[in-house]
Write a protein that binds this ligand. Structure first.
Ligand SMILES: [Zn+2]
Length: 486
């Protein structure tokens, strides 16, 4: 019997807000333990919590970004605070998978608050309450995911959307994204869901993929051997690469939600909702598709601009004015991006060598080049593309021009002039070089006449040398052919 996989994900994301959910304590990673705390976030009685408007806005914004319905009335329960949901099941995340587009429906996104962080030391344990009360959004998917790889792609797509929307920084290393993975298997064609097995508290997407792969194989193995799976919770051990049972449904707690007596229910006004809706941005996938459509870019280039938003914006600003956006993309991706990363890695190098206090290195590193402080103007890149298109300069010379304009900010035409890089397209001059090359190289000439057409390249090379690299190669080829055939 063949089995199919059913996966649903509950993803917890820390919201990017200045303060915590119910108090003014900073929502800040990496502070000394228990320094961002107060009676409210420590859960002391008798306090008067005030909901964080920024957190509410970001949750509702997420609802819009995920195509969810936004409730007109929400009450605060002890566990769930506020949730845009997809009551008509039209909330979804769309993403590229297996060469096509996949869609995972979103059940709901709701707002909670994070809890303190337990750290185990050698002999004792400590709790850091800095994280307690940080706005935490839970995004629950429908069980639409059918493989470990698909779960991985869904999570990446979700993360991109949240970063684009400014909802969360989604920094995995800082624990800003965690998820619970619900996995079951069932015979192909069966409608009933198998026993739901949940893997708790995953904090990397690659971990989710590995854990799901392991768990799928384990579950299919169990049922194939006639065993029975029961609803349970498991833990993933990233080192040994296995899941272990934590508890079964029998000893699971019965969670009940109590309406929060101190909290006023929320009924967002039309004006407030309109303000949030105005924050909706173009989604990553839509941006990639638009770049392919509007600028005729290959998928790889569009993907680069999807992943690097500032670089994509920079490209788009120039491409709008260019007749050859693909050429602009090539310069931006192959040359500009390489130069920028060179500059930033030099800066990092300088910073790590700080102890040696090489002052000159530090000074130059302090002025590391970024998109924001480029020496040349965007129009210069347009001009460079035009110079190559008009065959005024060769592509090799264009590389030289780019380096110079990146370093000095001089206009391409000025650099071409100063360095004498203009291609020679004057046929009179080129004919002279061709005659010289033919006279000086009888062997390739004989080879070419005997039918070895590749011998033309050797003659072309001679002409380029005679012209000091400035001859227009296409014209040279034409002239040589004409002369040798005539
Ligand atoms: Zn507090």
């Amino acid at each position: 019997m063949e089995y199919e996989v059913v996966i649903g994900l509950e993803t917890h994301v820390q919201l990017k807000t200045k303060s915590k959910m119910w108090c003014g304590c900073a929502n800040q990673y990496g502070a000394e333990p228990n320094t961002n705390v107060c009676p409210v976030c420590l859960g002391m009685p008798g306090v008067l919590p005030v909901p964080n408007d920024e957190a509410l806005r970001k949750t509702v914004l997420t609802g819009y970004l995920l195509n969810c319905e936004i409730p007109r009335f929400a009450k605060f329960d002890r566990k769930n605070y506020f949730y845009p949901d997809a009551s008509t099941a039209n909330g979804f995340v769309e993403f590229e998978f297996n060469g096509g587009l996949s869609r995972v429906r979103i059940t709901r996104a709701h707002l909670e608050e994070d809890v303190g962080k337990l750290t185990h030391f050698e002999r004792t344990s400590g709790v850091d309450f800095n994280r307690a009360g940080v706005p935490l959004m839970e995004i629950v998917s429908e069980p639409d995911i059918t493989s470990a790889d698909m779960a991985y792609e869904y999570l990446n797509a979700l993360k991109d959307i949240l970063i684009y929307g400014g909802v969360s920084d989604c920094d995995m290393e800082k624990g800003m994204v965690r998820c619970d993975v619900n996995i079951s298997v069932r015979p192909v064609g069966s409608q009933a869901l198998g026993a739901k097995i949940e893997i708790k508290n995953m904090n990397t997407f690659s971990g989710v993929r590995r854990a799901a792969e392991y768990e799928i194989a384990r579950q299919i193995g169990v049922v194939k051997q006639g065993g029975k799976l029961i609803q349970s919770t498991r833990r993933w051990d990233d080192v040994t690469g296995v899941t272990e049972e934590m508890r079964t449904k029998e000893d699971a707690h019965d969670y009940r939600y109590f309406p929060e007596p101190d909290m006023m229910p929320l009924a967002p006004t039309d004006a407030w909702l309109a303000e949030v809706k105005a924050l909706v941005v173009e989604l990553p996938l839509a941006r990639k598709q638009r770049f392919i459509r509007e600028y005729s870019l290959p998928a790889g280039d569009a993907e680069t601009f999807k992943n690097d938003v500032p670089l994509g914006n920079y490209f788009e600003n120039i491409a709008k004015q260019s007749k050859n956006p693909k050429a602009v993309a090539n310069w931006v991706i192959n040359n500009l991006r390489a130069k920028l990363s060179e500059s930033s890695s030099r800066r990092e190098e300088a910073l790590t060598e700080e102890s040696e206090t090489d002052q000159s290195l530090l000074t130059s590193a302090a002025t590391s080049v970024t998109l924001a402080n480029l020496k040349f103007k965007p129009e210069a890149l347009l001009e460079l593309v035009a110079l190559v298109e008009a065959k005024t300069i060769s592509s090799a010379a264009a590389q030289q021009v780019f380096t110079e304009m990146f370093d000095t900010g001089k206009a391409p035409a000025v650099i071409v002039q100063e360095k004498g890089l203009a291609q020679v397209s004057d046929t009179g001059a080129l004919e002279k070089f061709c005659d010289e090359a033919i006279a000086a190289n009888p062997n390739p000439v004989a080879d070419y006449k005997a039918g070895k057409l590749a011998a033309l390249n050797s003659l072309k090379g001679q002409v380029m040398k005679l012209s000091k690299g400035k001859a227009n190669p296409a014209l040279v080829g034409e002239i040589l052919e004409k002369k040798l055939k005539g």
